[in-house]
Design a protein. Structure first.
Ligand code: SF4
Length: 515
């Protein structure tokens, strides 16, 4: 069974419940969603997990479709959860199966991390014969005293148990086939996951007699003996990784503990770029600084590896958001107001582009109402408008609305109900009912939720009825207290799944060059 949740915390908690209930569960999220789910993760690392729980984590180095250039590896390390990173799709399948087994054996969530460039890889794979069941068997809950309970009285003991589990996993990783040494040269290179694949592409047809390569697939906990043996076998080491010097820092610490003096190069000595995606051309640029004998067999250019960034095109004219901002602009101009626009992620951030160019603040999903209320508390006297999409509203915006409605504030909340989650692939919104899997689910009424809140003003508009909308938006803009306007009109591109305001992602795929 699959289910799309309103946010990643709920998704993770659903997966925890399924696993406790006897069904192996997988929760998928990107790096920023991992942050949202971190709270229950920091408990799930202390309890058991039942049937098995895997987190498929999609990081986005380079921020191709994210609000940050986050490296989630150090966060997962802080959560003390085992992490694996495949180099190819076929290894990804093998690793995910292994992750479920490991999770079941060690009774803890296991992370399989991939990145944007991994997701764009193509490979013909053999799918394993995994029995898929769409129905679960009804059964009574199996009680186990304290197994799923974390309290002050057992947290430290459980933390100690967690460290024991991590030590056992680290020992197992010493013999893992996901880690492999090739070559016997004096120049050692360590790379994990997709970066190993990129390195393989860069080194295709190159004379490798001077290098040794340690490919890592188990990226936390690290196999200490495998790594220190490798450090001892070479004269110096280059660590290739994306974003933070995560492996480099841990490996230097291991080398110190083992009394090794092998020079370790990477981010700290600026041989490798630290921010954004690590491209093949950057790897090719770093290699000769470390290995003088490197002679490239292929040239890689920045243009070749550039991906499409989210489109900078504005809101289409037939977009239901367009009349809302046109009216707000006209009202602001005629009344001499200069509203502060705090906008959640989604289509509405296109007001950053012409003809509007009015976006002031944009953080993460569900953040706009909270930030807007902070501006008011800080004494900002301009009208403050929080703009929330329907998916943002269900994700976390609703909590912030409860907060401002309960505490009182002086801001306008505009909820743009386009009945889809356009930016991430036109998934259905909870206000419509229906789900990605086609199951029938109940619909949620944003209107009824707002009506349940003690706000001073709550109105629904059809943005294409501009006369009525103007009157309502004028009253909302110039009123006081917490005012909420729901603009309801479906996105015209739900059926086609393609809006001219967004570029096609078709070109954003690459072949595995060396296979
Ligand atoms: S996807 Fe729909 S709601 Fe989003 S910008 Fe395009 S038309 Fe507007």
């Amino acid at each position: 069974m699959d289910c799309m949740s309103t946010n990643e915390k709920v998704a993770f908690e659903t997966a925890v419940g399924a696993s406790i209930g006897g069904v192996p569960a997988l929760m998928g999220c990107k790096g920023v969603g991992f942050n949202v789910a971190l709270d229950p993760m920091m408990v799930a690392n202390l309890t058991d997990v039942g049937a098995g729980l895997v987190i498929l984590l999609g990081d986005d180095p380079g921020a191709w479709a994210s609000q940050n250039d986050q490296d989630t590896r150090p966060i997962a390390w802080g959560a003390e959860l085992p992490m694996l990173e495949p180099a190819t799709p076929s290894e990804g399948i093998e690793m995910t199966q292994y992750a479920f087994q490991l999770s079941q054996d060690m009774q803890m969530p296991v992370i399989v991390r991939i990145t944007k460039s991994f997701g764009a890889m193509k490979e013909v794979v053999n799918l394993p014969d995994i029995p898929i069941t769409s129905r679960v068997t009804p059964h009574l809950f199996e009680r186990h005293a304290m197994r799923w309970i974390s309290l002050p009285k057992n947290a430290v003991q459980r933390h100690r148990r967690l460290h024991g589990r991590i030590d056992a996993i680290s020992s197992n990783y010493e013999t893992s086939s996901f880690n492999k040494v090739t070559g016997v040269g004096a120049y050692g290179i360590i790379a994990a996951g997709m970066i190993f694949t990129k390195l393989t592409d860069v080194l295709a047809d190159v004379d490798l007699s001077e290098v040794s390569i340690l490919k890592l697939g188990t990226i936390w906990p690290l196999p200490a003996k495998t790594i220190t043996d490798f450090l001892q076998s070479v004269e110096q080491v280059l660590i290739l990784e994306e974003n933070e010097p995560f492996l480099e820092t841990l490996i230097k610490s291991m080398a110190y503990d083992a009394g090794l003096r092998t020079p370790v190069h990477g981010k700290h000595d600026q041989l490798v770029y630290r921010e954004g995606e690590l491209f093949r051309w950057q790897i090719a640029e770093a290699l000769p600084k470390f290995w003088p004998g490197y002679s490239p067999a292929h040239r890689f250019s920045p243009e070749e590896e550039q991906k499409a960034m989210p489109s900078e095109a504005g809101l289409p004219e037939n977009c239901p958001y367009t009349p809302v901002f046109q009216i707000l602009n006209e009202l602001s101009e005629s009344s001499g107001l200069s509203p502060v626009y705090v906008v959640d992620p989604g289509c509405a951030i296109k007001i950053n582009t012409p003809p509007f160019e009015i976006l002031d603040i944009k953080y993460s999903m569900g953040s706009s109402i909270g930030i807007a209320s902070g501006l008011v508390l800080a004494g900002v006297t301009d009208p403050v408008i929080a703009v929330v999409g329907d998916s943002d509203f269900f994700h976390l915006g609703v909590n912030a609305l409860f907060n401002v409605a309960h505490q009182g504030s002086n801001l306008l909340v505009i909820i743009l109900e386009n009945s889809t989650t356009a930016l991430s692939g036109f998934q259905p919104s909870p206000n419509l009912g229906g789900s990605e899997s086609g199951d029938v689910t109940a619909s949620l009424s944003i209107e009824q939720i707002v009506q349940a809140c003690p706000v001073t003003f709550a109105e629904l508009i059809d943005p294409w009825d501009t006369t009525a909308s103007r009157d309502i938006l004028k009253a909302a803009l110039t009123g006081s207290g917490v005012r909420v306007v729901i603009s309801r009109s479906p996105c015209p591109y739900i059926e086609s799944g393609f809006c001219p305001g967004y570029k096609s992602d078709e070109s954003d795929t690459i072949e595995i060059l060396s296979r």
